[in-house]
Design a protein around this ligand. Structure first.
Ligand SMILES: Cc1ncc(COP(=O)(O)O)c(C=O)c1O
Length: 288
């Protein structure tokens, strides 16, 4: 079941989660949308009260933190993606962090055909012995990918700093634009800014998001929309009967959001060009 989001952060709303918990619920999966960690104190209390696992989809938030806890150490399981569009990449692949040794062993087996040892562990023990104890797959990251990931990790802090600088420049510029609302950032979190998302106040504009998107693209900005609500996709509609109305706040946000360019190689002129272009497009579409 999908819980709705809080309208200003677009992070999962613990009140919506609480209303959906049933005896069949096993876990809460929270997405650190755009790079901001979710409200983990509240989610943790909820999960503990109901005996649920707390899973963080931290794919956007690598390098961030929440109440002085690094992303990856907060939930029972935290997942990371190293897809090329993410902060750091291994071409494809990802990682999961957990403090639960039993789950870690299970996941190591699962990524390795359900086999208890890999070739390196066997070599260390000087033994040929291994056992297949479970059904698993080949989800291993190659050594070459891992080497790339390790070198990328060293660059991560500098890249996040640059993303935060760009976000600060956008925040400052859009504070003077009533029709453009950046997402709210909660106190005491470090936002990793995988995305910089704004919500357009359509009541102040003469056009819809599609027209704004087209105008920004036309002006040369590589804007995007993250995301189409998951429950709108045919799989969820056909398999579970989901559709519009399930998560009204996420659906309303979907009509208003645009992700602006943000990546560490942007220089100050690039950032200013984005700010100016958004300003020009909004001025053209403003009601007054
Ligand atoms: C929030 C989030 N979770 C999960 C994924 C999936 O990552 P991967 O394709 O590496 O499995 C993505 C990828 O875009 C993502 O943005």
């Amino acid at each position: 079941m999908f819980a709705d989001v809080a309208p200003q952060t677009l992070l999962i709303d613990p009140v919506s989660v609480a209303a959906l918990i049933t005896p069949r619920t096993r876990a809460v999966v929270a997405v650190d949308y755009a790079g901001q960690p979710c409200d983990y104190d509240t989610l943790r209390r909820l999960c503990d009260a109901h005996g649920l696992a707390l899973i963080a989809d931290a794919c956007h938030a690598i390098g961030g933190s929440y109440h002085n806890q690094r992303v990856g150490t907060i939930a029972d399981l935290s997942t990371f993606s190293f897809h090329p569009v993410k902060h750091i990449t291994t071409g494809e692949g990802g990682a999961i962090t957990t403090r639960n040794a039993e789950w870690a062993t299970k996941m190591r087996h699962f990524r390795n055909h359900g086999i208890t040892t890999d070739h390196r562990q066997r070599a260390e023990k000087g033994s040929f012995f291994y056992e297949m104890v479970d059904l698993g797959y080949n989800y291993r990251l190659t050594d070459i990918q891992a080497a790339l990931g390790i070198s990328q990790l060293q660059k991560l802090p500098g890249w996040i700093t640059r993303r935060q600088q760009i976000a600060a420049a956008y925040d400052h510029a859009f504070a003077a634009q009533p029709a453009v609302a950046p997402l709210h950032v909660a106190p005491d979190v470090e936002h990793a800014y995988h995305l910089y998302v704004v919500q357009f106040d359509l009541a102040q504009l003469t056009v819809d998001r599609a027209a704004i998107f087209a105008a920004l693209r036309e002006a040369g900005l590589g804007v995007q929309v993250h995301y189409i609500p998951v429950h709108f996709h045919p799989y969820y509609r056909q398999r579970f009967g989901y559709g519009p109305g399930l998560c009204p706040r996420a659906e309303a946000a979907y009509e208003r959001i645009v992700s602006l360019p943000i990546f560490p190689a942007m220089d100050d002129d690039d950032v200013q060009r984005v700010i100016d272009t958004v300003g020009t497009v909004v001025a053209r579409c403003c009601r007054v």
